[in-house]
Write a protein that binds this ligand. Structure first.
Ligand code: TRP
Length: 339
C-alpha cells in the first residue's frame, strides 16, 4: 500500500457498455495506470452514474460492471497498489452528494455543458433529475477522498471546475474541510476521434465502424482501421485542422506504441496512407489482443473480481465515512448518540 503522505489521486468511469474503446483508454485509463506510481490511488466504477441516462437492464449493468473491472485490471490497474471499487459499495458518495445538491444552484447545474448536450439528445421527459445532479454526485465522488488530482479526459474539465467551486463554497461557509482538487489532463490524453467522422470524438454512441473497442476481435479492429476516413493529399503529417483523419491515426499509433508523433512523421516520410493504416492496424491489434485475452481469463472467475472490489471498498469506506461524519458535524446535524 502507498504511503499516506503521497498525493492522492481519484478517478471514475461509467460502466456504460460491454467494452471500453480506445478513446477511453488513451484519454483516461492510460493515465490511471501511469499515476499508480508515486500516488495513493482510488479508482472506481461509477455505477450510480450509469443509471442517469436510460437505465440498463439490471443483468446487463451487473455484467458491464464486472466486465469494466476486468478491463481496468487487464489494462494495468493493479489492485495491490490501487483501491478499485464500485461507487455503489460506498454509501458515503450519495450521502455527501445530498449536501452538495443543497449548495448547488439549480441554474448552475442546468448550465453544465454535458447536461445541456444530453438534454438536447433525449426528449424532455426522459431527462431525469439524476442527469441534472450528475456533476454534483461527481463532486462528492472526488471530494469525499480529499483527492489532490483527478485524471480525466478533456470533456470532464467543467465537472472538475464545479467540484472545485463546491469545495471552496463548503470550506468558505463551514471552515476548511475539503482539499480543492486539480483536474489532471495530460497532453497525451488527446482526444481520439471517430474513424469514420474525424470531426467527432470516438464514442460508443456513434456507429460501430468508427469505434475501436478494446474487446473487438483482431479482424474487426484491422478492418475498422483500414476503412478509416483519411484526408485529401497523400502526405503523412500531424495537422489536426487540415488533416484530421491522418492526425487521429498518428495520435492512436503514438499512444499505443509510446512513440512521439514527430518520430512517427519521420518514419512515414515518403510513404502513403496505406502504410500508415497497416502500421496502426498492427499496433492496435498487438495492444488489444492480449488485453482482451486477459479480460476473458479474469471474467472466467467473477468471484475473484468481486473479491478485488470488496478489498477496494474496504480501503475506500473508512475514508469516506470519516469525511461524511466531519461534514454532518459541520453542517449541524445532531450526532447520533451511542446507546
Ligand atoms: N463523469 C465521468 C465520465 O463520464 C465519470 C466520473 C464519475 C468521474 N465520477 C467521477 C470521473 C469522479 C472522475 C472523478 O467520464
Amino acid at each position: 500500500m502507498a504511503a499516506p503522505d503521497l498525493p492522492r489521486v481519484l478517478s471514475g468511469i461509467q460502466p456504460t457498455s460491454s467494452s471500453f474503446h480506445l478513446g477511453n483508454y488513451i484519454g483516461a485509463l492510460k493515465q490511471w495506470v501511469a499515476m499508480q506510481e508515486g500516488h495513493e490511488v482510488f479508482y472506481f466504477l461509477a455505477d450510480l452514474h450509469a443509471l442517469t441516462m436510460e437505465p440498463p437492464d439490471p443483468k446487463v449493468l451487473t455484467e458491464r460492471s464486472r466486465g469494466a473491472v476486468a478491463q481496468l485490471l487487464a489494462a494495468g490497474v493493479d489492485p495491490e497498489r490501487s483501491a478499485v471499487f464500485l461507487q455503489s459499495h460506498v454509501p458515503g458518495h450519495t450521502q455527501l452528494s445530498w449536501i452538495f445538491e443543497c449548495l448547488t444552484g439549480y441554474g448552475e447545474a442546468s448550465r453544465m455543458t454535458q447536461f445541456k448536450e444530453k438534454m438536447a439528445r433525449g426528449s424532455g421527459d426522459r431527462v431525469s433529475v439524476g442527469l441534472l445532479t450528475y456533476p454534483v454526485l461527481q463532486a462528492a465522488d472526488i471530494l469525499i477522498y480529499q483527492a489532490h488530482y483527478v485524471p480525466v479526459g478533456e470533456d470532464q474539465r467543467q465537472h472538475v471546475e464545479l467540484t472545485r467551486d463546491l469545495a471552496q463554497r463548503f470550506n468558505g461557509r463551514y471552515g476548511d474541510t475539503f482539499v480543492v482538487p486539480d483536474a489532471f489532463i495530460t497532453p497525451e490524453s488527446k482526444k481520439i476521434l471517430d474513424l469514420q467522422d474525424p470531426t467527432a470524438k470516438m464514442s460508443k454512441s456513434l456507429p460501430d465502424a468508427g469505434t475501436l473497442n478494446l474487446l473487438d476481435d483482431p479482424a474487426a479492429l484491422a478492418r475498422k482501421v483500414k476503412r478509416a476516413v483519411t484526408d485529401a493529399g497523400s502526405e503523412i503529417r500531424f495537422d489536426p485542422a487540415g488533416k484530421p483523419g491522418v492526425s487521429n491515426l498518428l495520435v492512436i499509433l503514438s499512444a499505443v506504441t509510446d512513440t512521439p508523433i514527430p518520430a512517427l512523421e519521420a518514419d512515414f516520410d515518403g510513404q502513403g496512407y496505406g502504410a500508415l493504416k497497416n502500421a496502426v492496424a498492427d499496433a492496435v491489434v498487438a495492444f488489444a489482443e492480449p488485453l482482451s485475452k486477459r479480460v476473458h481469463e479474469l471474467l472466467a472467475d467473477p468471484a475473484e473480481i468481486d473479491r478485488v472490489l470488496a478489498r477496494g471498498a474496504e480501503r475506500a469506506r473508512p475514508i469516506a465515512e470519516a469525511t461524511v461524519r466531519d461534514v454532518y458535524d459541520r453542517v449541524g446535524f445532531v450526532p447520533p448518540a451511542d446507546v
